[in-house]
Design a protein around this ligand. Structure first.
Ligand SMILES: Nc1ncnc2c1ncn2[C@@H]1O[C@H](COP(=O)(O)OP(=O)(O)O)[C@@H](O)[C@H]1O
Ligand SMILES: [Mg+2]
Length: 328
């Protein structure tokens, strides 16, 4: 059963609206219950936490339109208020350290500024798809209770350079007025190498103008640009960001953590880890998440709590096949 400390912690986290802590205490209680042989109670508690998390995610991804009178801006970026935390992600220790440093510096930016220093807040995230770049932008916003403003690059970049520059101007002005995490996904659309063969001079001017805005910006917003195509990026860009953060597919321990997190409501004690981890090598976090969701659905619909190795293995194999199809 719950200890006195756990009950106090539950009450405190409820009062402070700290969902994260509330859920983690319930998971501790569930773990105790499981150890004490009360596996039904453990499962029920985990189910409850899972439902609550899903509900939280459902609410948090609902886009919130930007306030008027910034009418034109509303077409350039969508705002949302993610509740995601870094702890919801599986990160290698380097990545975790870097992101924690960003959070600490941001939270203490007044102190840094009083010494003439500024927090790192212009970040370039680089790495293959499905390894957590978009998720990082959400988690930074969630951790700092800032809105996430996802920039619609296709709406920003138009045929006319003057128009594009004016739109970028609008966005960088918004960063001064509305503190938030400004997320430029698929940044290669503007960050592509300036010498690339099909460069007709136009993208180069867009890029130069972005770089100029980026350099001048001294707002209190966080600017996050993400791209899957590291080789496309102009080296001049790397210097303009405070931090270039590299993402990669999960290694063996990370895959194990990810699977354990995703399937925490099921009994996976007898899972054949070697087979599962061997076969999932090379898959991204997103692929593994999909495989776990597949397996979870099968279990839920057949009313089973114990995941057999073969079900998860098959789900992972399906992702492997998709990966091959995608790369052909
Ligand atoms: N580091 C991670 N930890 C946990 N889940 C992850 C991680 N990276 C990706 N995922 C899962 O994969 C999905 C897609 O990831 P995303 O952040 O959109 O990838 P990217 O932007 O790098 O292409 C996420 O919504 C999440 O379910
Ligand atoms: Mg992404």
């Amino acid at each position: 059963m719950a200890t006195a400390e756990q009950i106090k912690s539950l009450v405190r986290s409820h009062t402070e609206g700290d969902d994260q802590r509330f859920h983690s205490v319930i998971m501790q209680i569930a773990a105790h219950a499981a150890k004490a042989g009360k596996s039904n109670l453990a499962h029920e508690l985990r189910d409850l936490v899972d439902d609550a998390k899903r509900e939280r995610e459902r609410i948090s991804i609902r886009p919130v339109p930007l306030a008027r009178p910034k009418g034109e801006l509303a077409g350039l970026a969508t705002a949302s208020y993610p509740k995601l935390r870094l702890a919801d992600m599986v990160l290698n220790s380097n990545l975790e350290d870097t992101l924690n440093k960003v959070l600490t510096e941001y939270r203490q930016s007044d102190r840094l500024r009083s010494y003439g220093l500024s927090p790192r807040r212009k970040l370039l995230l680089v790495g293959p798809p499905g390894c957590g770049k978009t998720m990082t932008a959400s988690a930074l916003a969630g951790e700092l209770s800032l809105p996430l403003l996802s920039v619609q690059l296709h709406a920003v970049i138009t045929k006319y350079m003057g128009e594009t520059a004016a739109k970028l101007h609008l966005l960088f002005d918004a960063m001064l007025e509305t503190r938030g995490v400004y997320f430029f996904d698929e940044f290669d659309a503007i960050g592509g190498h300036r010498k690339s063969v099909n460069d007709v001079g136009e993208m180069r001017r867009v890029l130069n103008s972005f770089l100029m805005f980026l350099e001048r910006d001294d707002s209190e917003s966080i600017i996050v640009a993400a791209t899957n195509l590291v080789e496309m990026l102009d080296p001049a860009l790397f210097r303009r960001f405070d931090e270039v953060i590299k993402y990669s597919p999960p290694d063996r321990p990370a895959r194990e953590n990810l699977i354990k997190n995703k399937l925490c409501i099921f009994d996976i004690k007898r899972l054949g880890w070697k087979k599962i981890l061997d076969t999932s090598d090379g898959l991204s976090h997103a692929d593994i998440t999909r495989a776990c969701d597949d397996a979870a659905k099968e279990m839920i619909l057949s009313d089973k709590k114990t995941i057999p190795t073969s079900i998860l293995f098959d789900a992972i194999q399906r992702q492997n096949k998709l990966l091959v199809t995608r790369s052909v």
